[in-house]
Structures are given as C-alpha cells and as structure tokens.
Design a protein around this ligand. Structure first.
Ligand SMILES: CC(=O)N[C@@H](CCC[C@H](N)C(=O)O)C(=O)O
Length: 374
C-alpha cells in the first residue's frame, strides 16, 4: 500500500460534495482491495463504506467513524497536491480523518484484536448529513457497534495535543434558508416596487438581536448568515433575495427559541415590506454528547502516554452529525491538534501532516487496549 502521506495527498486532490463522493469511495475501495481479505467484510452504503475487521474472539464491536466530503471553497493553499476539482476543497480535514481511518484499518487487518472493529466512512457531514440515514440503515443495524470513536482536526492545537471533554463537545445546529419575494421594477421607480435587497438588509440586522436580546447570556447561540443573493442588475429593483445561514446553540431549548424568534421577525418583515417569505431549516444536527465514562477512561489512557498532551477543552459551536451516532451508541469524539494558522473552512487551511501518524499510533494503542479481553 502507498504511504499514509501519499494517500492523504491523493484524497486531498479529489474533494467532492456530500453524497457525491464517488471518486473518494472508489479510491478507498481500491485501497481496501489490496489488504488481506481474510478478516474483512466490506459493505457500501450510498457513497459511504462500512468495513468490519473480524476479531479473534469477539464479545463486542468497536467503531471508528470518519467523514468523507469536501467543501465548496476555492483552494488557496499553494500545495502541489491542491484540489483538482474547481471550487471544491478539503478545508475541514476530512482528507486527514479518512487517511487516519485507512492507517488504522491496514494495521488491524494484519494485527486483529479480540473484538471486532467497524470502520465507518460516512458521506455528507458538511450537509445534508450522512450520519442519520447511515445510522438508520439496515446495514448499520446488522453491524451495530457497542461503542464508537471519532476525531476532528483542530487548527489551534500543536501536533501531539488532543483536546476533549466529557458531555457536550459540539453544538446543536440547523441550516437556515430564507427566500423573500417582493415586486421588482425600474430602479428609478422605487415607489412602484417592493425592494427585496432592502428587506433582506433589515432582516439580517434584526436577526443579530436574537443572540444578544433573546438568549440567556449563560446559554450560547450563534446565527451566521454566510450568503446573500438577490436581484439581477444594478438598475433593477430586486424582486427576490435569499439569505443562507446556520444556527448554533448549546442547548436544544435555545434552538427552539431562536427559530421562533426568526419566524416572528420574518413575519414582521413580510408585513412591513409587503412581501412573501419562505423559510427552510435544511438539515439539523444533534449535539455531540461524549459519554462520560468512556471519555474519562480515554483521557486517563492518553494521559499515561508521555507523547500525548491532553487538554480538557470547552465545548465548541461547531456542528457534527456524528452526534446522531452518539445518540444510539456510547462513545466520544476528540480534537486532534494540527497546528495551522488558518482555521477550519478556510481556503488556506494547511494541517501539519505529522498529526496523521501521531493519531494512528494513539488510536492503535487505544483500540488495542479496548478490544483486548482481560
Ligand atoms: C466540524 C464542522 O465544521 N462541521 C460543520 C457542520 C455543518 C452543519 C450544517 N451544514 C450547517 O451549516 O449548519 C460546521 O459548519 O460546523
């Protein structure tokens, strides 16, 4: 098999949108076909893959999950192995997550442990969300793991550092799409039109008051409008405008409240600007809730390793549909330090590649420990 660094480069070149990870799936299946097949069961699910490594004397199944999709970002890293797909980039580390899974898989195929291992290559983490339908699939019910682990790269920590906490790690999320529909017309006759650029501008500003005025300051929420589109030409009054964003909350209750407030602000805009409004919440992710006992055991395990710096971190407003796996299967997620100046979802994100082998080594030790019968 190629080296893990080469595999990461190959995967980095072919970022694909959620549920369109055809090349990525093919690439991983081809790699898997070069491994010893004796202990392996391979199943495809949509553009994802389940790979089971049968244990020597199994009493349980331990899963490791990786996401697979890229983001619609035009890459600016300057890598010689930059994305070959225009306007798409692995800017959230899924190329590293997959490479780490492949490193673990190739190790455990040669060195099976007592228990079964299940590698879950999950599509569409960035949206619309592959974890929930994958978890609900018949295949998952058959292969159902007894515990699950996953990691996410963290630009802010050095290589050699992991960050984790018991309980809530990542927020509840909901996508947000709002269409405003008014009446277009000539730029010189505003009184004969309902201008949706002006209505959208008011709405963006009003939405900013929800976090500061409606959410308990000791709870937390984020509302980000990441994209606005509207109108057709500089001298035509815009008939339509569209806002696209995301809502993040630490508690499910705050999510309900934010949505209620957005809906009443939209009603106000609709009545004051005499326009129609359509709201769509797209995909919603459940919070990532780390199971306390397993997380504490993992922290203690990692702390015994002199090569690992363990930070007990705070929760983050990032979202992860991995939360849906954790809803049904006990387990945890942790941050893996990759020490890079640009953050997640940035066109210049350049994770330190040394983190790959570091994570593989740590997880080999941990999974061997968890899957060994005492
Ligand atoms: C780790 C990470 O960055 N995850 C994404 C998940 C996206 C959820 C959904 N598409 C949304 O935008 O609400 C994140 O943006 O946190």
């Amino acid at each position: 098999m190629k080296s893990l660094l080469e595999i990461r480069k190959d995967l980095h070149r072919i970022p694909e949108p959620g549920f369109l990870e055809f090349k990525t799936q093919r690439y991983i299946l081809d790699l898997i076909s070069t491994l010893h097949q004796k202990n392996l069961e391979v199943h495809t699910w949509e553009t994802g893959i389940f790979v089971k490594v049968n244990g020597k004397n199994p009493s349980k199944t331990i899963a490791y999950r990786t996401d697979m999709d890229g983001l619609p970002i035009a890459e600016e890293t300057g890598y010689e192995f930059s994305s070959l797909h225009d306007g798409m980039m692995h800017a959230c580390g899924h190329d590293l997550h997959m490479t780490i899974a492949i490193g673990l898989l190739s190790h455990f195929v040669e060195n099976p442990i007592d228990d079964n291992l299940l590698f879950i290559f999950q599509p569409a983490e960035e949206g619309p969300g592959g974890a929930l339908p994958m978890r609900e699939s018949e295949l998952f019910q058959q292969l159902k793991p007894d515990m699950i682990t996953a990691l996410h790269i963290a630009p802010e920590y050095e290589v050699g550092t992991i960050a984790v906490k018991e309980g809530l790690l990542f927020a509840n999320t909901s996508e947000l799409f709002i269409d405003l529909i008014g009446k277009g017309g000539h730029a010189a006759y505003p009184h004969l039109s309902n201008d949706m650029v002006v209505a959208a501008s008011h709405l963006v500003t009003q939405v900013q008051t929800i976090v500061s005025r409606n959410i308990d300051p000791l709870d937390s929420a984020v509302i980000t409008i990441g994209k606005i589109t509207g109108g057709t030409k500089q001298n035509i009054i815009a008939e339509r405008a569209r806002l696209e964003g995301t809502i993040r909350t630490l508690s499910p209750e705050a999510m309900v409240k934010v949505k209620k407030r957005i809906e009443s602000l939209i009603e106000g805009i609709s009545s004051s600007f005499e326009c129609d409004a359509v709201i769509d919440y797209g995909s919603n992710y459940r919070q990532v809730d780390n199971e306390p006992e397993l997380t504490r055991e993992f922290i203690q395990f990692a702390q015994q390793n002199s090569k690992v710096k363990v930070i007990e971190c705070k929760e983050a407003m990032t979202g992860e549909d991995y939360g849906y796996f954790l809803e049904k299967v006990p387990g945890f997620m942790f941050w893996l330090g990759v020490d890079t100046a640009f953050g997640l979802h940035h066109s210049k994100l350049k994770p330190q590649e040394g983190a790959i082998q570091y994570a593989v080594d740590l997880l080999i030790q941990y999974l061997t420990f968890k899957g060994k019968h005492k």
